[in-house]
Each structure stands twice: as structure tokens, then as C-alpha cells.
Design a protein around this ligand. Structure first.
Ligand code: ZN
Length: 438
């Protein structure tokens, strides 16, 4: 891994102004009911509240006020949470009627609500932590509770990595320290040009520049792939993330041609496909000796199978040879077939979009082991799915109006990729001979 670049870091505190005190109809939690109940005039007189407070755990030393923290559990509401902390519906009412207090209607499991008492055992402050990036603190003042929202922003750090494939994209990515999410993003980006189950070969390389979100000097979340290059058997594909003037984000090659193609090259979760490197040397997995007109992907039963492209299911059923099968029509010209499925997840006539899960790998029909038998038809004629992509219509390109901005934006990532490719080739040269053949 190479460079780290800090793009920005902001800590901002937003004090809520006079917001509309009228309760809103929206309610996304079970807590809403309790809140409505609490918003009605409290039932117990305030003196009852004082008695209840006596049961609250109090720190032995009176000096440093300690926060008592409650986790929001599933099925929770404010009343329950306040009660667990030793507070009453009267307290719920007072806090939730504060400006910004209606934010408390939206509580979700995993969040925390913390309580702080004053010297007399009266509720003084409440802190609702939605995430490490946002919390609201309510504090008692003369007219009731006031609220202050604190929001933090993560810092975007740019990272880069070089991968050398000697068994699969997944293993190479893990070895390079990439998160599963980034590896799957790579598979998505190149899914129209590379069959990650069958295409990779020893010696293939990937270079990528990507972002991570950091908070307090620790990685907080994955970011996006900014640019990537995949060299498969000597041919290099590159892809650059670009937001067009409509705000749509997509990946394009250096010429501005979309990486999103009409068909996925491998219509299943490639990470679970076995025998990555010998597509033509699979064991015989069909019981019948009929002409073999498709591609077989040996994968465990239950592996998700995707619609290769947008289309409509024209057949979904069962026959002795096919087992559970699905046929999808794509426009007028193309059709894809998926056989021997364990389960079908779509029905006849249903519209499907590219990448949607339509079923799972199985061994129904005349198959000796779990695998996906995939066929591609052009105008009713079977074609080799592994070859047909060369003859499919071209993917859409960025319009001329977008190109100047695209070209200027890819300048830096292009140079970054070029530098990474040089490094990767150099490192490959040093370890050449230690890798096996195909
Ligand atoms: Zn087959």
C-alpha cells in the first residue's frame, strides 16, 4: 500500500434554533407510541418522580458526575429506556418537548441514550448518540431542556494497492489487505468485461486507487474505488469513477465508455466458483450425452445466480433434463438460460434487472453435481457465452458535453495507475519463476 492523503476533516457543532414544537406525524420506532403517551400531560405528580429517582444508581463519590448509559434494544421505546435508567415519563415528556427533542422519536437498536443527574438527583442532561458521527445533547435550563446537535465528518483518505492473481481475485484482494466490500466493488466494476470465475490467470494484475473514511486516526468505513486497472492475459482494462452533470455516478474506461455492459460475464457469485483456472477441464457433470452448448460453473449448492442482464423471465419451471430452470429474454435479440437450479426466486413473466438474484446453484435434472449451466442465445441460436460478448452492441459512452470534464478529472488517477502498474510489473519481474503455469 502506498500514499495516504488527507482530503478534509471537519468537526461542526450545530445548535438547533427555534424548531417547530408541534409533534410530527412521522414515526419510525416503537418509541413513537411511548412518546405520544409521554406528550400527554404526565400522570404522576412530580413528587412521585422524586421518589423514583431515589432508586437510580448513584456514583459513590459525589464530585465527578458520571453518565449512565443505556443501549437502545430492539422493541425499545423512550419510556422503557428512561425507566431502566431510573427516570419517569415526566422526564421523557420534558426532554422530548425540547427543541430538537422530536429527534428522539427516531431511536434504533445499537444507539445509546446516556443520562446525567445534578446534585439533587434530578435529570440534568440526556445524550442521544446516533452514531460516532452524530449525537444530540439535551441539557436542563430554566425554560426546559435545550438541545445541541454535534456532527462529525469522517476524513477521506486515499489509498492504493497492487494485486497479483495466482488463484483468485478474492484471495489476491485479501492478501493485499483489501476489505471484502472493495473486492466486491472491483468485481462489480469489471463484471461486464471479466468473468471472475473463469477468466483470471496466474500473472494477471490489478492496480487500484480507492478511498477510506477515517475517524480519530482509525478506519471508520470503506469508501469508493476511484480508479482501477485489470490486466487479464496481457489485455488491460481500466475504469474511472465519474459523477456526471446529472449527479449520476458510474465507472468509465479512459475513453469515457461505460463499464456497465448489457450482460454480466459471469451470472453468479464468482467467489464460490471452484476450479477457477480450468473451465474446459471440468468433470463431466451432465448425465446425458447431449451437445454441450453452454458454460458450466461448478459451485456449491445455494450459490446465488444473477440475471445476466435486464429482461423478462419467459420460462421458469422444471423438466427432467433441465431440472429447475429459468429462461430470460433481453430485448428482441438475446436470451439467457440457467439450468439445474436448486431454487428459483423469480416467476414466469417477471421483470428482472442485471445482477438481481434469480435463483441458486443446484444439481436438479440431469446433473451429477451442483453447477450452473448457462446458455446464451442470439436470435434463437446458441452461442458460446464466453465468446459472444465480443459481438454484443457497444456500451454507452459519455456524451460530448461531459467529456472535457471527464478527461480532466481522470488525469491524476491515470498517472496514479500508471505508477502502480510500473511498481507491480517490477515486483512481478522479481518473483517471476516462482509462480506456476496456467
Ligand atoms: Zn452444462
Amino acid at each position: 500500500m502506498l500514499g495516504l492523503a488527507v482530503v478534509g476533516c471537519v468537526l461542526l457543532v450545530v445548535a438547533l434554533g427555534d424548531s417547530d414544537p408541534v409533534a410530527v406525524a412521522e414515526s419510525e420506532v416503537d418509541g413513537a407510541d411511548a412518546l405520544d403517551a409521554a406528550a400527554a400531560p404526565p400522570q404522576q405528580p412530580p413528587t412521585a418522580a422524586a421518589e423514583l429517582v431515589a432508586t437510580v444508581e448513584v456514583a459513590p463519590e459525589p464530585e465527578p458526575p458520571t453518565w449512565h448509559e443505556e443501549q437502545v434494544r430492539s422493541g425499545d421505546n423512550l419510556s422503557l429506556i428512561f425507566a431502566r435508567a431510573g427516570f419517569t415519563d415526566r422526564d421523557v415528556y420534558e426532554v422530548s418537548r425540547a427543541d430538537g427533542g422530536r429527534g428522539l422519536r427516531k431511536i434504533y437498536p445499537g444507539q445509546t441514550i446516556a443520562f446525567l443527574m445534578d446534585g439533587e438527583g434530578q435529570l440534568d442532561r440526556v445524550r442521544h448518540t446516533e452514531s460516532p458521527l452524530r449525537w444530540t445533547e439535551f441539557s436542563r435550563s430554566e425554560g426546559g431542556f435545550n438541545s445541541v446537535v454535534t456532527e462529525r465528518e469522517t476524513e477521506l483518505r486515499q489509498q492504493s494497492a497492487t494485486l497479483r492473481i495466482d488463484s483468485s481475485l478474492f484471495l489476491a484482494g485479501q492478501r493485499a489487505g483489501l476489505s471484502n466490500r472493495i473486492i466486491m466493488d472491483l468485481a462489480d466494476i469489471f463484471g461486464g468485461v471479466i468473468d471472475f470465475a473463469l477468466d483470471p490467470r496466474v500473472g494477471d494484475t490489478i492496480e487500484l486507487v480507492f478511498e477510506e473514511q477515517w475517524l480519530d486516526d482509525r478506519k471508520y468505513a470503506d469508501g469508493d474505488v476511484v480508479a482501477a486497472a485489470f490486466t487479464n492475459r496481457g489485455q488491460t482494462y481500466d475504469a474511472f469513477r465519474f459523477t456526471d452533470s446529472q449527479g449520476d455516478v458510474s465507472y468509465y474506461n479512459r475513453d469515457g465508455v461505460s463499464m456497465r455492459k448489457a450482460f454480466l460475464k459471469a451470472p453468479l457469485d464468482f467467489t464460490r466458483v471452484s476450479s477457477n483456472f480450468n473451465p474446459n477441464r471440468l468433470h463431466p457433470i451432465h448425465k446425458t450425452r447431449r451437445p454441450h452448448r453452454g458454460t458450466d460453473y461448478a459451485a456449491p449448492r445455494g450459490t446465488p445466480v444473477y440475471a445476466a442482464g435486464d429482461g423478462r423471465v419467459i420460462e421458469a419451471g422444471y423438466t427432467r433434463p433441465n431440472g429447475n430452470y429459468i429462461f430470460i429474454q433481453h430485448g428482441e435479440t438475446y436470451r439467457t438460460h440457467y439450468l439445474h437450479l436448486h431454487k428459483r426466486h423469480v416467476k414466469n413473466g417477471q421483470r428482472v434487472t442485471q445482477g438481481e438474484i434469480i435463483g441458486t446453484v443446484g444439481s436438479t435434472g440431469s446433473a451429477t453435481g451442483p453447477h450452473l449451466h448457462y446458455e446464451f442465445l442470439v436470435n434463437g441460436v446458441h452461442r458460446n457465452p464466453r465468446q459472444v460478448h465480443k459481438t454484443l452492441p457497444k456500451a454507452k459512452s459519455l456524451p460530448d458535453s461531459e467529456l472535457p470534464r471527464f478527461r480532466s478529472q481522470v488525469q491524476v488517477p491515470l498517472q496514479q495507475l500508471a505508477a502502480l502498474e510500473r511498481d507491480n510489473r517490477l515486483a512481478m519481474g522479481q518473483t517471476a519463476g516462482s509462480t506456476g503455469g496456467e
